[in-house]
Design a protein around this ligand. Structure first.
Ligand SMILES: [Zn+2]
Length: 255
């Protein structure tokens, strides 16, 4: 396998040379595309303003650390109405603007960080030839951010024990997407009502039959339909059956 074919975007990057030294493979690459598009207005341009070099860490290859030295271009925007006179060419599959590693290397390290955390993740990453530190992995996680979940239309409400028989909170689930979306620190009508009043799109609330949840749902989302959730209904049915069978066994003749 040739190094050139292992580059992040072989159809767009031309590999000019490969140098292997001290366990590091350095690939000198250039964009093979004549035209680049202005990120502000989308106008294509071939008129080169200047060139500059980007150094990017990439995925390791057969035990070698890999570095891309990308001789990138700055181009003039030809659109007279565009405020951006000069722009840098972009290949998002290769690297994000200002990134110091390739997009695929960043994704691999982020996956390690999500599974292992910062410092514990740095050890396997370094052993795999992706030089990094615990702090760098934590920065990757923070940059990934947290997408605010959309307001659910069907909301599941139940209590959750932070410490069994001592401290309880409330777990809210999006029952259409089948995922938990929020934890309330307490089990009270006030906290549920306050959350619902800020999320006005809830149409159905499937809830625990605790009185505090009934009141909280009625106050926070008066137009939502409240239903008993299936788990609690089945739980109640099982308990009723056990009681009934216990009574029957006492009344049934033994012979
Ligand atoms: Zn432009």
């Amino acid at each position: 396998m040739r190094f050139a074919a292992a580059s992040p975007e072989p159809e767009s990057l031309i590999c000019r040379s490969v140098q292997v030294e001290d366990g590091v493979a350095t690939l000198l690459v250039e964009s093979g595309r004549q035209t680049a598009h202005c990120p502000s207005c989308g106008e294509p341009s071939r008129r080169v303003h200047s060139r500059y070099v980007r150094n990017l860490k990439d995925l390791s290859w057969h035990g070698l650390q890999v570095r891309l030295v990308w001789r990138s271009r700055k181009l003039f925007c030809r659109n007279a109405g565009c405020q951006q006179r000069v722009f840098t060419e972009r290949l998002p599959k290769v690297a994000q603007p200002h990134a110091r590693q390739t997009t695929r290397s960043e994704e691999a390290l982020r996956a390690i960080a999500m599974a292992c955390g910062g410092l514990p993740g740095a050890r396997p990453a370094n052993r795999l030839g992706m030089a990094t530190s615990g702090d760098s992995l934590l920065r990757l996680l923070r940059r990934a951010g947290h997408k605010k979940p959309a307001c659910p239309q069907v909301l599941g409400v139940d209590d959750i024990a932070f410490r069994k028989r001592a401290t309880y909170g409330t777990i809210l689930c999006d029952l259409v997407r089948r995922r938990p979306i929020h934890l309330l620190p307490e089990r009270s009508k006030e906290s549920l009502s306050a959350w619902l009043s800020k999320h006005s799109g809830v149409k159905i609330i499937s809830r625990d039959r605790g009185e505090y949840y009934r009141q909280g749902a009625s106050e926070g989302a008066p137009h939502a339909l409240q239903v008993a959730d299936r788990w609690h209904l089945l739980c109640n049915l099982r308990e009723a059956l056990v009681r009934w069978l216990g009574r029957c066994s006492r009344e049934w003749p033994m012979d």
